[in-house]
Design a protein around this ligand. Structure first.
Ligand SMILES: [Zn+2]
Length: 402
């Protein structure tokens, strides 16, 4: 499915925000409060109780949904009008080799231009910006729409009991999200240069192949499982997938592991295992992919066992003729930064996939991602300040549409 995205409809000079920017110290204080809480997946490190206290002070009602060690909460403000959601995660990946960090990864370190610490980019500063923008919105006017926050402590892990559960809760309670802004770090050089409007799906697969073990000098009595695996791999990597389009990268199958058990140079292996992963566009469903893979493998080796795992659906937010979140976000970015954002669907999977559907417009908009998951993860403070201003501008624009 190739979808051409519409060009920016409103000139860059369109202006909604004329309020003073958020107090820098308050915004940095929020970022510090989150980074200083050690929250390696799925531990929230106390981030949620802190965030809930902040949101309740603003008049939100918060519901915690915790399962299997994963902490999640939904916060809602108002009961009428269109629902505008922020979504994000408080968990971070482990810091890795501590000796390579210039400072404690769980103490936010601020110098004149940067903030450093685990989660500084992915994505505790994004949540800090959401909080500050929400506070400014509620302090500046009475709003006619609903605000909803979806926060999980399991995005970096399996994500089985994270945002998916929150979406299920919304569905069971008949709550429809009209717009959702995910605060993942999406920028390449500076905040606002890139907005994600979709992500490819992902599917992993393991193929177990049985041959017959034997002596390398007597191949006539054996069946080499690695030779069969080689044919299977050749067949898989020769499959032709969609090439994608300007807005969506094509589908790609990559072999990730080949194993034939313990190695001895005079034994023909009697079994082998091949692992691979497919990143796929919205042209395919999981079912269609599974069918293609199973058929391809079976044509080479009928007895091979095919097991699929870690399925992640793709999503793509389409531009719309009525109220278009993508256009409003472009205008907010342009108003705050003076640059036109690129629309992208690149990168790995994100929790946007659990939220997006035909009724809910989802975008991802956040700070630069060049240091995510690295030692000395950091961002420029100016990028955090820009993000907060963009969120505030976007909330104002959405409130005018509600
Ligand atoms: Zn993230």
């Amino acid at each position: 499915m190739n979808v051409a995205l519409k060009p920016l409809l409103t000139p860059c000079s369109s202006s909604v925000v004329e309020k003073p920017p958020a107090p820098r110290e308050q915004l940095l204080g929020y970022a510090k409060a989150l980074i200083n809480r050690k929250s390696i997946t799925p531990d929230d490190g106390g981030c949620h109780s802190w965030l809930i206290a902040q949101l309740e002070q603003l008049g939100f009602e918060c519901t915690e949904i915790n399962r299997c060690g994963v902490k999640n909460f939904i916060a809602t403000y108002g009961t009428q009008g269109k629902a505008v959601a922020f979504a994000g995660h408080t968990d971070v990946v482990p810091p890795g080799d501590l000796s390579r960090w210039k400072s404690d990864p769980f103490i936010a370190t601020i110098n004149h231009s940067t903030i450093t610490g685990r989660g500084a980019a992915d994505m505790k500063t994004g949540i800090a910006a959401m909080l500050s923008a929400t506070k400014r919105l509620l302090g500046s006017q009475s709003i006619k729409h609903r605000l909803i926050w979806l926060i999980t402590s399991d995005e970096e892990g399996e994500a089985e009991y994270g945002t998916k559960l929150l979406k299920d809760y919304l569905d069971v309670n008949g709550v429809l999200l009209d717009y959702c802004i995910v605060g993942e770090p999406t920028a390449t050089k500076r905040t606002g240069d890139t907005i994600k409007v979709g992500r490819r799906g992902s599917l992993s697969c393991e193929i177990s192949i049985k041959g017959k073990q034997g002596h390398v000098a007597y191949p006539q009595y054996a069946q080499n499982a690695l030779h069969i695996a080689n044919k299977v791999i050749q067949s898989l990597v020769s499959l032709e997938w969609d090439m994608g389009c300007h807005d969506f990268p094509g589908t790609s199958l990559q072999i990730t592991h080949i194993d034939s058990g313990e190695f001895t140079d005079n034994i023909i292996p009697g079994q082998s295992c091949v692992n691979f992963n497919i990143r796929y566009s919205a042209s395919y469903s999981q079912e269609s992919l599974q069918s293609i893979i199973s058929k391809t493998v079976s044509q080479i080796d009928k007895s091979a066992q095919v097991t699929f795992s870690r399925p992640c659906l793709p999503y793509l937010t389409h531009p719309r003729d009525d109220i278009c979140l993508i256009d409003l976000a472009k205008q907010a970015v342009c108003n705050v930064t003076g640059i036109f954002p690129t629309l992208s669907t690149s990168g790995g999977t994100s929790d946007g996939r659990f939220i997006a559907d035909s009724k809910t417009q989802v975008i991802e908009l956040g700070v630069p991602n060049s240091t995510i998951h690295q030692v000395n993860e950091s961002i420029n403070i100016d990028d955090l300040i820009s993000l907060e201003a963009i969120y505030f501008d976007l909330l104002l624009r959405l409130s005018k549409q509600a």
